[in-house]
Every structure is written in C-alpha cells, then in structure tokens.
Design a protein around this ligand. Sequence first.
Ligand code: ZN
Length: 296
Amino acid sequence: MHEMKRYPTDDEAKKLICEIGRRMYQKNFVAANDGNISCKVDDDIIWATPTGVSKGFMSEDILVKLRLDGTVLSQGPLKPSSEIKMHLRVYNENPEVGGVCHAHPPVSTSFAIAGMSLDKAIYPEALVNLGTVPCVHYETPGSQGIPDSIAPYCRDYNALLLANHGALSWGRDVMEAWYRLESVEHYAMVIMYTGNIIGKANVLSCDQVGELMEIRKRMGYTSGGGMPACTARPTNTVDVVASNAPVNPAPETPRVLKTYGQSEAASSCGCTGSAGASEAELRAITQAVLERLKNL
Ligand SMILES: [Zn+2]
C-alpha cells in the first residue's frame, strides 16, 4: 500500500522557507537578493520566495502562494521571482519533489562557471545524498531557457549546476532540498581542495561506490543520481600513519672536496710548486731536478 503523502501546512511551509533563507544567507550562498526557495503544500500548490528580497531577512507575510501552472493564489507586497519558472518545472517534471532550493554558492558557482560537473567518486556522503551533479548549459537567468535546460535531469538527479549562474537542488521535502544544496557546495569545496590545493585524491573503487549506491537505495532515494567514474582497485585501504615525507626529496649528491688545479693554485698564490699538481707532473718535475743534479 502506498502511504498518503503528508505535506506541511501553509504555516509550517512558510516557517521552513524563512528558516532556510536565513541559513542560505548566513552560509554566504547568496549575495544581495539572490536565490529562491519553494515548498509544496498540496499536489498542485507551493509557497515560494518573492522577487527582490534578501533571503536572510524574510518575514512570512511576503511569501507567495502559486499553483504549479504559475497562477498566483496569494501574494504580499512583492511579485513572484522570475526564477520561479525553474521551480515549477522541477515539480511538474518530478511529482515526488516536495521542495526546491536555488542559490549562488561561491565554490559550486565557480565550477558552474568553469563548465565542470561534480562527479568525482571521492566522498561517500556526496554520493549518497546527491550522486553526481551535472552542469547544464547556459541560459539567461529568469528566461524560459532555464526550465527547458533542467527538464531532462529532474527525475534522475537530485541537484544541478547551472552554467555561469549557480546551483539548484530538490528533495522529497524542502529541508532535504536545502541539505542537498549544502552538500553540493561542500562537495564542490572538497573537489577544489583535493584537486587544486592538495593536488591528490584517492578515487573510490567501483565496489566501494556500489556499496554506497546500496545505502542510497535503502534510504529510499528513488532517483539514480548518476554514477561517477570509479577505479578498478581501491587505493585507500592502507592506514597512513606518517605522510610527512618530503614531497620532492632533493637528489643525493656526493660530497666533493674542492681542490685547485695547477694553474689556479699558481695564479692565486703567485708561486710555483707542487700544490695541486698531478702525479705525472710531479714525476716530470722530480725527473728534471734529478737530471740537473746529475749534471752538477
Ligand atoms: Zn540565480
């Protein structure tokens, strides 16, 4: 028997949206009036953030209530955001979705600007909560192009990067959508640190990724989330007690005792003599002295 889906009440939904807005702002996921949040309260109805307001300082009376076809049912002093089209499309493409979050978190937005997806098998929580995060092609923010660009991914993934724009996530409820947005930024940060600062990452093996996908299924996640590239053999099975060996040890160079050649010695002390002379030279000098002595 399929359990009846329980949606939050209007009041609960509005409280959740304002709370997530505060967290979004405090975590530096948005600047100025960026970002938007929506929460489903019935099969065909959502509450959403309006346009032109900082997500850190919202009150419940400014939120907007809409049908999934975009009809406004109730609004305060502000209109719905132009980005609400993107939220409506996620709900329309995937009826399991109960909440959607969008922001411009700095690290994931940088990956989106670089046109890079988040798909490294390096971090179990990211793989369980998100799977992979594709980067969809650029469309003007607020345009109809954005909902069209995300539509193919709404059933099979849990979050997306929007090229040169930001990040979008959804979940069975709005809190799950928010946690996924946090996970996207965290995942992007870990990929940045390992790939671009530490410069090394042990990629999970395909068996290790397979186990995580099982956990994912047990947690009731129905969307696949995509499969990241994995390695045939694990490289993370040995304890590392000390990893402070020099990264690039200097090559062993034999100690060389500095000696002077004959000409150097002569020019430096202005004298003649045997200092630094070779064995053959010494023999020649001895021979010459002996010859002289013979002739005396
Ligand atoms: Zn945006």
